[in-house]
Design a protein around this ligand. Structure first.
Ligand SMILES: [Zn+2]
Length: 219
């Protein structure tokens, strides 16, 4: 993966808005952006569009700063909100418009096959726009997703930030929880089952989608 690759602007704008809400004043937000090396956004938030903005390396650094500055509970909450907001943004944009046609295939195949098709399209789109490989496969009743060059724990793996957890990638957990709920109409549980924070020799983080396992509080 090219660390200098520029991500679509909405990825940073979504994080920016949520971090702004979680910091008490503009000075605190400015300081946080400074720590992340994103001073250029202090006076001028990035646009909510697909124009090229921060590099993947800068995005990884911003996630690291959130771990450093906020307590773990607050950081997890920020990541969860970033993921949900990111999914909602994609859903409102044309990225998921292909899903409309899946309804025409209601009579064909099982729901799980249709969901595999919809999420497969989504992961292909994310591999294209973010530049790192997302691999989805079925495993018995469930799904397994590998995110290669996972950016969500990159600063922890590099040792730039001390890891508070052994499985640190909360953004994809919440993102795919929302995506699978959207594609199927039901709640499924997503867990990170192997994170590079605990297995730094891996070049991916692995997530499992437990089909039809809904936990209390998720419904
Ligand atoms: Zn991870």
């Amino acid at each position: 993966m090219d660390p200098e690759r520029r991500l679509p602007s909405y990825t940073i704008r979504i994080s920016y808005d949520i971090i702004a809400e979680e910091t008490p004043n503009p000075e605190a937000l400015a300081r946080l952006l400074q720590l992340a090396g994103l001073e250029r956004y202090i006076a001028k938030p990035p646009p909510m569009d697909n124009s090229p903005s921060i590099t993947m390396r800068e995005y990884e650094r911003l996630i690291g700063v959130v771990w450093q500055v906020f307590d773990p509970h607050q950081a997890r909450e920020i990541f969860r909100r970033v993921a949900q907001s990111g999914f909602e943004h994609l859903n409102k944009s044309q990225v998921l418009a292909f899903a409309q046609f899946l309804r025409a295939f209601d009579a064909m195949g099982s729901k799980r096959e249709r969901v595999a098709m919809a999420i497969g399209r989504l992961t292909a789109e994310l591999s294209r726009s973010l530049g790192n490989k997302h691999e989805l496969r079925r495993e018995g009743e469930d799904f397994v997703l590998d995110i290669h060059d996972c950016p969500y724990c990159a600063e922890l793996v590099r040792g730039k930030v001390t890891s508070p957890e052994t499985r640190a990638c909360h953004i994809p957990v919440a993102f795919y929880q929302a995506a699978f709920a959207w594609a199927s109409g039901d709640t499924h549980t997503v867990q990170e089952i192997s994170c590079r924070v605990s297995n730094p020799q891996q070049d991916y983080c692995r997530f499992k989608i437990f089909w039809n396992v809904a936990l209390k509080g998720q419904m």
